[in-house]
Write a new protein. Structure first.
Length: 186
C-alpha cells in the first residue's frame, strides 16, 4: 500500500479534509435541525431503482435511545464513540418489494453511498463522522429488533473532531486501483 500521502490539490476540500476521528468533543450538540439535515443528505442519495433500501436508528447523549446502544459498543469503539454527539445505527433492506427478487445485490452498496452523502454533509456542517463495525451485532439486533427483511450493517459516530487526522493514513495508488483486479501482462 502507498504510504502516508495528502490528498492532492484539486480534490474538493470537503473530501480532502475528511477523516475518521478517534476523538470527539463531548460538549458538542447535534440539534434536531442538524440531525434533520444529515438525514436529508441520505434521503437524496441515489439508489438502484430508487429503492432507498436504508433505515436508521439515531441516538444522542441524554436520550433513552443512547442507553440502548451504548452497551453494545465494542471496547475499541466505546473509547471514542461514547463522546460523539450522535450515534447512527445503519440498516439495509435486502428484500425487494413488489418483485420476485428475494435479494437485492445493491442494497448494501446503496446504503454505503447514502452514508457517504451523510459523511460529506456532516463535514460541510463542521462535523466529522467515523463509521464503524466494532459493536455486538447480535446483541444490538436483539435490542433494536428490526422488522423482518431489515439488517443492521454498521454504525456512524458523528460529532466535532478534536485534533487533526490520525498520523499515517495510507492509501493505494491510483495505478493500483486500475491494475489490481487483473493479472499482470506476461
Ligand atoms: C464499513 C466500515 C467499517 C469500519 N469499522 C471500523 C471499526 O470498527 N473501527 C474503527 O476504528 N474504524 C472503522 N472504520 C473506519 C476505517 O478504519 C477508516 O475509514 C479507514 O481507516 C480510513 O481512514 P479515514 O476514514 O480517516 O480516511 C470503518 C469504516 C467503514 C467504512
Amino acid at each position: 500500500m502507498h504510504h502516508p500521502q495528502e490528498p492532492p490539490s484539486g480534490i474538493h476540500p470537503l473530501l480532502a479534509g475528511r477523516f475518521s476521528p478517534y476523538r470527539f468533543d463531548p460538549s458538542t450538540v447535534v440539534d434536531d435541525h442538524a440531525l434533520g439535515l444529515l438525514l436529508e443528505a441520505v434521503r437524496w442519495a441515489p439508489s438502484a431503482g430508487n429503492s432507498q433500501p436504508w433505515g436508521f436508528f439515531t441516538s444522542r447523549p441524554g436520550e433513552l435511545e443512547h442507553d440502548r446502544v451504548l452497551p453494545h459498543l465494542a471496547p475499541s469503539s466505546a473509547r471514542w464513540a461514547t463522546d460523539a454527539s450522535l450515534l447512527v445505527v445503519t440498516l439495509t433492506r435486502r428484500h425487494v418489494d413488489d418483485t420476485q427478487l428475494l435479494y437485492s445485490e445493491f442494497a448494501d452498496y446503496d446504503l454505503g453511498q447514502a452514508i457517504a452523502h451523510m459523511t460529506v454533509q456532516a463535514q460541510a456542517m463542521g462535523l466529522a463522522a467515523h463509521q464503524f463495525r466494532a459493536f455486538d451485532l447480535e446483541g444490538l439486533t436483539k435490542e433494536l429488533d428490526p422488522n423482518p427483511g431489515w439488517a443492521i450493517v454498521s454504525m456512524v459516530a458523528v460529532g466535532k473532531a478534536v485534533g487533526g487526522a490520525p498520523e499515517g493514513r495510507a492509501r493505494h495508488s491510483v495505478a493500483h486501483l486500475r491494475s489490481a483486479p487483473w493479472s499482470p501482462v506476461e
